[in-house]
Design a protein around this ligand. Structure first.
Ligand SMILES: NC(=O)c1ccc[n+]([C@@H]2O[C@H](COP(=O)([O-])OP(=O)(O)OC[C@H]3O[C@@H](n4cnc5c(N)ncnc54)[C@H](O)[C@@H]3O)[C@@H](O)[C@H]2O)c1
Length: 251
């Protein structure tokens, strides 16, 4: 276990599975105390188990983070255990691909809740539980769809476009308070959420067309998040780091 993030308190939304889980484990291995939170209780417990098995420190909060009161309560409890927060990682989101005419009010509410409200409530919760003298950091999860029009991704793309806008607004609004706000935009990582919609053949096709000729990996994104949170990034604010092997650049 390295010690770069010893004494660093980070809360990660949607960290029961996928990139949230791997980033939690990565930061805990480097010394951070991690608040793990997910609507999926079993997945949340498993992330906690994996972190503790590796000698890390983590606390679990099973709740629907689209609920403002629930998010604030979870972060308040985490801060009560570990002290003021140093970072919030707004990772939770719900992936669903479908033609525009199939989008129902339920889908829209669910995806706006899981992918957009969580970013707003996570940011508010950080502001309420950080040390204003010390400052803090926020990482939002954008996507290649934030920049381009991919058919059948209307709600997901709208959510990720909004996350990109919010990153810029928050960087401008919160920078003067010592809060850096950046985003990572992962490309094609076969996580549980993604593989429910993207099959093996499509992943093979993508791996051939991505400039670096491979899919994204959990560790690519965890390392990018760790860099943006680190002492090496203290003047980086409002940036979006494309962790995508060149997908966005190639178009
Ligand atoms: N996997 C990729 O290729 C990819 C590409 C671009 C962007 N991203 C982004 O990266 C982030 C992580 O993606 P992933 O692929 O690991 O997703 P995932 O679906 O595998 O995991 C997301 C987690 O968020 C949780 N969650 C969703 N709504 C919640 C809510 N309301 N309250 C609490 N927890 C909730 C889910 O239960 C799940 O455990 C997301 O923001 C996603 O949009 C992923």
């Amino acid at each position: 276990m390295s010690d770069e993030f010893i004494g660093f308190n980070v809360f990660i939304s949607g960290s029961g599975k996928g990139l949230g889980r791997s980033t939690s484990i990565h930061l805990a291995k480097r010394g951070a105390r991690v608040g793990v939170s997910d609507i999926d209780g079993e997945a949340c417990d498993e992330t906690i188990r994996l972190i503790r098995e590796g000698g890390g420190e983590a606390y679990g909060f099973i709740c629907d983070l689209s609920d403002r009161a629930a998010f604030h309560h979870a972060v308040g409890e985490f801060a009560r255990k570990v002290g003021p927060l140093d970072a919030m990682i707004n990772n939770a989101s719900i992936l669903r691909y479908e033609p525009i005419e199939n989008v129902t009010p339920e889908t829209l509410d669910l995806m706006l809740g899981g992918g957009l409200k969580t970013v707003m409530w996570g940011t508010q919760a950080l502001l309420a539980h950080m040390n204003p003298e010390k400052g803090a950091s926020i990482i939002n999860y954008a996507s290649p769809v934030s920049y381009r029009g991919y058919p059948n991704t209307a709600v997901y793309s709208a959510v990720k476009g909004a996350v990109l806008s919010l990153t810029r607004v928050m960087a401008a609004e919160l920078g003067p308070r010592g809060v850096r706000v950046n985003a990572v935009a992962p490309g094609s990582v076969p996580t549980p959420g993604a593989t429910a919609y993207v099959g093996i053949e499509e992943y093979d096709r993508r791996a051939q067309s991505i400039p670096l000729r491979r899919l994204g990996r959990d560790e690519d994104n965890a390392a990018a998040v760790a860099f943006l949170l680190s002492r090496d990034a203290t003047f980086i604010n409002g940036a979006v780091l494309n962790v995508d092997g060149g997908i966005v650049a190639a178009g």
